[in-house]
Design a protein around this ligand. Structure first.
Ligand code: B4P
Length: 207
């Protein structure tokens, strides 16, 4: 028989568990210019979890003019991936901030299997759940069109070709690393709002 105190404790525990949703760790993947940053903003606005773009963090380091920024700039201008050590450190620092306890959107990370392995270790260490991976599927002609219009330094046609090669060689294997139980493929063609309604549905069904 439950006494009154045990009953109250059990009720409070159940209520607290029901009120505290599990943190959501979301990885946005897709080719360069696939719309990861665009969708990350919309997810943050609706789900209230912060997003971190390794591309933005690296561009900020370049802008600061630091010695590290100068090294990073040379790599990004070629369309190559910045070293795992640098990017992993940025993510470990970001995950330590208190707002990441509710969850985090990783926009453009992990970009290779070594980064994915490192992330697994970090999530385990911090008692965070395994990630859900949203893979934005966008055809090459559309990417060339979008990036041609954007005109960032690394959007020059020869750099984009190199970035697409790096994506196929290093980043696509990350999808196999996570496998079908973690990855949801979402059609990335259409207006940003249309793409977002598919992203939202994929998140809803997976939770
Ligand atoms: P990122 O900053 O990740 O850049 P991206 O892949 O070009 O952009 P994204 O997919 O976010 O597209 P966006 O929403 O901006 O990477 C840049 C570089 O940083 C890499 O090449 C690498 O050197 C380095 N890097 C980053 N992460 C790294 C990591 N983890 N490890 C190592 N190196 C790393 O959209 C693109 C354009 O399309 C925009 O102009 C947007 O307005 C438009 N757009 C978006 N959605 C659209 C839609 N539905 N329809 C039409 N246009 C749309």
């Amino acid at each position: 028989m439950l006494n009154r105190r045990t009953f109250l404790f059990a009720t409070v525990t159940v209520t607290l568990t029901a009120q505290t949703p599990k943190p959501l760790i979301l990885i946005l993947m897709g080719p360069p210019g696939g719309g990861k940053g665009t969708q990350a903003e919309k997810i943050t606005a609706e789900f209230g979890i912060p997003s971190v773009s390794t591309g933005d963090l690296l561009r900020a380091e370049v802008k600061s003019g630091s010695a590290l920024g100068v090294q990073i700039q040379a790599v990004m201008q070629k369309g190559d991936l910045v070293s795992d050590d640098i990017v992993n450190r940025l993510i470990a620092d970001r995950l330590s901030r208190p707002d990441a306890r509710k969850g985090l959107i990783l926009d453009g990370y992990p970009r290779d299997v070594a980064q994915a392995g490192y992330l697994d270790g970090l999530l385990n260490e911090r008692n965070l759940p395994q990630p859900l991976v949203i893979n934005l599927d966008v055809a090459e002609e559309e990417i060339l069109k979008r990036l041609g219009q954007r005109g960032r330094k690394d959007d020059a046609p020869e750099t984009v070709r190199s970035r697409l090669g790096v994506y196929a060689r290093d980043t696509k294997p990350v999808l196999d690393y996570y496998g079908p139980s973690r990855v949801r493929k979402v059609d990335g063609l259409g207006a940003p709002e249309e793409v977002y309604s598919r992203v939202r549905e994929a998140i809803r069904l997976a939770r």
